[in-house]
Design a binder for this molecule. Sequence first.
Ligand code: AMP
Ligand code: ZN
Length: 671
Amino acid sequence: MSSAKAAAKDIARLRQEIRHHEYCYYVLDEPEISDAKFDRLMNQLKALEAEHPRLVTPDSPSQRVGGAPREGFLTVRHSRAMLSLDNAYSYDELRDFDRRVREGIGRDRVDYVCEHKFDGLSISLQYEDGVLVRGVTRGDGTTGEDVTPNVKTIRSIPLSVARDILKKHRLPGDFEVRGEIIMTRAAFEGLNRQQEQQGLKRYVNPRNTAAGAVRVLDPAITASRRLDFYAYLLLADGRPPLKRHADSLAALQQMQFRICAEFAASRSIEEVEKYCDRWEEKREKLPYEIDGIVVKVDEAAVQQELGHTAKAPRWAIAYKYPARQETTLVNDIIVQVGRTGALTPVAVLEPVQVGGVTVSRSTLHNMDEVERLGVQIGDTVLIERAGEVIPHVVKVVKEGKDRRPFAILTKCPECGSRIHKAEDEVAYRCVNAACPAKRKESLLHFAGRHAMNIDGLGEKIVDQLVDSGMVKDVADLYHLKLEPLAALERMAEKSAQNLLDEIEASKKLSLSRLIYALGIRFVGERTGQLLAEHFGSLDALKDATEEQLIEVPEVGPKVAASIVEFFSEAANKKLVKRLVEAGLNVKEERKAPKDTRLAGKTFVFTGELSNYSREQAGGLVTSHGGKVTSSVSKKTDYVVVGVEPGSKYDKAKSLGIAILDEAAFQKLLSK
Ligand code: AMP
Ligand code: ZN
């Protein structure tokens, strides 16, 4: 074991390195190292910190995720009210604003700063001594909810700001950063793709999804979303510490926050209008959705002089872009098979211009949505492009004279296989794993890093393999030959050989990976592992009944039904057989029972422990087979009490539950 001093040095070095790479990846979008390498650094840090729990600090990158679910939010008062913004819906209204500002301070000319109006959840981040200590939602403007553990999971939020940067801008260690938590279009689409894959409902828009993910009691849920934070206000002691807002934005950027990088100083309201014009055209190309432009008076002294109304500052305004709507005729409703096998009804529209783009199709998402809209072929509908590139049908504005309802299919339109809708799902799906519509997606999933780890099998190659007919399903991968492979675009003999080597190597991977790689619905990595451990062979899993499957920990009726459905499909049976014949590893050692010293025991923690963080202590309990809950009841076996325990301690006493101090807890673990 390393000495504590050496460990402290290693820990400091690792943290700095990890912070740098988080910044490159999550703020600059320019990673310098691979994900795998990043994970390695993080694991090194976590291992060292586990060895030296006293060295864990709240701003360590290891502390982003963790933290047990909480029972409720604390309400916190804002240092200075978090106001809303007044809106301007036309350039006339923008000019009125400008006139009010100039009259208010008796000047002819005022400098403004324009920024994108992010559409998300506003949040206040409070730093003390340069370290993030609190994250609070806007709430009613005067008080908000303390969501600190949740915001810490957002990687573009710095957990601490370097002292030299604060010094450079003459900023105190205690300051506040306000900004917006948002979800980028890519993150939102990714989440919805995942939802669809699991047969769950699509989220409606990035804004509500981001807001919902922050306002949850379990930070693990926040962490599972790819959220971003954009800073738009810097305060110290409730006031802007720098002379100009533009300086604040520049400082925030150097403090390693994301800001609206395209912010612009404007010397007149005409320049502001130009800025609004420019971004109205380009806003679709931004990685995030904006619903307008925020215009702020640049000089802090002028802001101060103008003050605010009860609702909003007088020194800022939000110019809102008009929604783009148009009406058109539904010529037909067709069904497309998505890359995940979901059957998606699509409205074929009489082509119409919406905000400069010709729209001739619009997804109706699923049958529930068709029903909700009550749309039929021949109807006239209102369509809208609200920020997102893909337009959607808002409502039926006029029913067609010869309207006819759209009937859902009974077979997959691509391959003729059965289609299926699970009880609590919205989408019908083709059950054939080798359905041509799903081929590319299943190949990419199969090759994924956490599945069969065939790194060289990227999208470009998969497209060619499928389009040329060389590969129809994942089993075909194991029969690829060097020559035709090397003849593909972007391939040469060497890269083709590398790919073949990787494919060959994948045969030896664990059964749990293979089960996951098959892409059975609801079977994720962890379920794959549990199934492999439980059944020990693909053969046994393939023949398992729903009853047998439900015996596996964490496998419920829905998952069990999906597995049985998968293996009962003839095309899938054939596929599995061919994989076995190709020589893949289809057996797994059954795991020796793990450490079960605390099996069946339920723990509750209260107060601070000196040697462990909550997560570490909780982790120790679960790794020994025990369970951690957040509140004390008659079912609780032990309450572990640290420094300054809360009401749980009293409750434990009144219920007569065994109370352990930290030393007793450690002893119990080492028994
Ligand atoms: P609204 O909710 O429409 O009244 O708009 C006010 C909200 O816009 C503020 O509370 C902020 O959360 C948000 N907002 C988004 N982008 C910015 C920005 N660049 N500057 C200030 N506020 C912003
Ligand atoms: Zn199909």
